[in-house]
Design a protein around this ligand. Structure first.
Ligand code: ADP
Length: 594
């Protein structure tokens, strides 16, 4: 543990305190009360024993019993109240943490989602513990606080008793005997504490050694409930391959879990011997002291129990120290993830009221962590009142161009200007409101059809837009997807695509952008979409990417991409006559239909 590790734990606790004060306070209260409760019990019992052995007075017995009742009741009450906030919340700490991380992933720069380091950070931040990183830090901190309280209380209770017992009448009550006793107790406790650290770390190492197996387990957990995955492995007869891999993974995990468990068993054995030695010494010392009369029976009881309680807490403290390093590592990942800042957060941000012209000025781009340029020196002007088609072979960079145009990536060379203003300086929320986009991998959520449209949109408008995009439906209350709703409907890919198109045309945007908008549609529906495209987008400008060149003919401008570069621009009549990529693509497609 170094300074930074402690700092991470501190910052995480501070963050948790900021989000949920009661949970952190109840953890500290619980740590204190759990230790205090035991010591009070020991103390009262010791006093009662002394009272009886010395000849008791009725009033004192009543006072001690009443105090015992009162303390017992008070401690239990406080303990239960604190548990209400701490233990109950601990059960869904991981869920709360996941909620915060999902919220963060929804708001930070899109670009981060594709950065492998951020993906790693996110994966690690989800934590391996059942209680999540926050839960783990809280539990570990609680053990540390308990250990600390134990040291303090034992110091306060034990030291005066031993000092009081010291006189030179016999060896057992001599100073040297007290020093030997304390020395041995501290030595065994220290060894026990060290064993706790050693074995907890060793167990962690076992788990870390096969981190990839845990990643794989997570992968299969998600995949086995994915219908598409199930369909593919059945049809491709890959069940045996998958099952072989799953079994191999579980065999590996079984071995590691065994080793992991074995570390804790060994730790228990070593701990058992050391606690046993402590018990033997303390019982011997207090027993002989009580027998010889240098200590009352009650004091012997208090002393023995306190020392044993102290050594038990030290065992937990050892385990907590073994855990704290990993807790700090995970806390760092979580804090780093939650602390990701927008890449252009320092720029002056401008509002966007309309979009008339988008210019690409010598733009080159490679994806995060990739070596190859996907777009190279692209220069383009897009007037948003035009209908523009972007064509080119697969992988030529068309979708990437649209992603850059949407402002999803910041790390590119050159400049993208929207009505003369650098795109990086625009308020993204405002900008996205003015654009309407259907990507190839559009998302229709497993909600009702109505909920898939912007809030506040009238049913009449939704029905009209759906009709325009070719989907006749009699109710907007139908639920999409059977996975989430038992009475939901598994709409086909084409029907979902029509919903996505309807959603985009309803949006009051300056330009409509569609990336392969008809990939899942049948030829008749596709033909209707293209023929009625300008009606569909209500006379607004539109940019769309398509492989079917026949559907580009109606566009005022066609931009041809090849290998990340704009190789041709013009309208259909101009391009089809010119030697070049467009002519080649056109001829190739014409041959298919002959
Ligand atoms: P098109 O739309 O013309 O088919 P894309 O713009 O989708 O082409 O892809 C252009 C190139 O960028 C392809 O080689 C593709 O593999 C690569 N690419 C696309 N998305 C990513 C990504 N998220 N990370 C890395 N490479 C990508």
């Amino acid at each position: 543990m170094n300074k930074n590790d402690w700092l991470c734990i501190w910052l995480l606790l501070k963050d948790t305190y900021y989000k949920d004060k009661k949970r952190v306070i109840s953890m500290i209260v619980l740590a204190f009360i759990e230790v205090f409760h035991v010591y009070i019990g020991i103390f009262l019992l010791g006093n009662l024993v002394d009272l009886f052995s010395k000849g008791y007075s009725f009033e004192r017995v009543v006072t001690i019993v009443a105090a015992a009742f009162l303390f017992e009741y008070l401690c239990t009450f406080i303990q239960k109240e604190a548990q209400k906030y701490y233990d109950t919340k601990l059960d869904y700490t991981k869920d709360i943490e996941t909620k915060y991380m999902n919220e963060k992933a929804m708001e930070f720069d899109y670009e981060y989602l594709e950065e492998p380091e951020v993906a790693d950070l996110r994966y690690r931040s989800f934590g391996k513990s059942y209680y999540g990183i926050t839960g783990w830090c809280l539990m570990t901190t609680k053990s540390l606080i308990k250990g600390f309280f134990s040291i303090v209380i034992t110091g306060i209770v034990v030291s005066p008793m031993i000092i009081q017992n010291v006189n030179e009448d016999s060896f057992i009550s001599s100073r040297i005997c007290a020093i030997i006793l304390l020395g041995c107790v501290l030595l065994f406790t220290f060894l026990n504490y060290k064993a706790g650290i050693y074995y907890t770390r060793k167990a962690k190492e076992e788990i870390n050694r096969v981190e990839n197996l845990y990643n794989r387990k997570q992968y299969y957990l998600e995949k086995f409930s994915d219908i598409e995955f199930q369909k593919d492995i059945r049809i491709s007869s890959l069940q045996d391959t998958v099952l072989y891999d799953v079994n191999r993974m579980f065999d590996g995990l079984k071995e590691v879990e065994y080793e992991h468990g074995a570390c804790f068993i060994k730790r228990e054995h070593v701990g058992g011997v050391l606690v046993g030695l402590n018990c033997a010494l303390v019982y011997l010392y207090t027993g002989i002291s009580a027998f010889m009369g240098s200590m009352t029976v009650g004091s012997a009881l208090i002393l023995a129990s306190s020392i044993l309680q102290f050594s038990t807490q030290m065992v937990h403290l050892g385990a907590a120290f073994g855990n704290i390093k990993s807790a700090a590592m995970f806390a760092k990942d979580y804090l780093d993830f939650m602390g990701l800042k927008d890449k252009n957060s320092s720029c002056e941000i401008r509002d966007v009221n309309s979009i008339k012209k988008i210019e690409f000025d010598h733009v080159s781009f490679k994806y995060p962590d990739e070596q190859e340029y996907v777009l190279m020196d692209v220069c383009l002007t897009i007037d948003t009142d035009e209908t523009i088609a972007i064509v080119g072979q697969n992988g030529s960079g068309k979708t990437t161009l649209i992603k850059l145009l949407c402002g999803l990536y910041q790390d590119y060379e050159g400049q993208i200007k929207v009505d003369g203003v650098d795109l990086k300086k625009l308020n993204k929320e405002e900008y996205w409101k003015r654009l309407s986009i259907v990507f190839q991998d559009y998302n229709i959520l497993d909600f009702s059809i109505r909920e898939n449209f912007n809030e506040g949109e009238s049913d009449k408008n939704i029905f009209t837009a759906l009709k325009k995009s070719g989907l006749e439906i009699d109710s907007l209350d139908y639920k999409v997807g059977k996975n989430v709703y038992s009475d939901g409907i598994n709409f086909s890919g084409g029907e979902r695509q029509k919903m996505a198109i309807a959603r985009s045309i309803l949006k009051n945007a300056c330009a409509v952008i569609m990336d392969e908008p008809t990939a899942a549609l049948d030829p008749i529906a596709e033909n209707e979409i293209y023929r009625g495209f300008s009606n569909l987008i209500n006379g607004r400008g539109g940019i769309y990417i398509s492989h079917r060149l026949s559907s580009c003919q109606f566009c005022q401008k066609i931009i041809v991409f090849n290998g990340g570069k704009v190789v041709q621009q013009g309208n259909h009549e101009q391009l089809v006559k010119m030697e070049g990529d467009y002519q080649k693509l056109w001829n190739a497609q014409c041959q298919c239909y002959q």
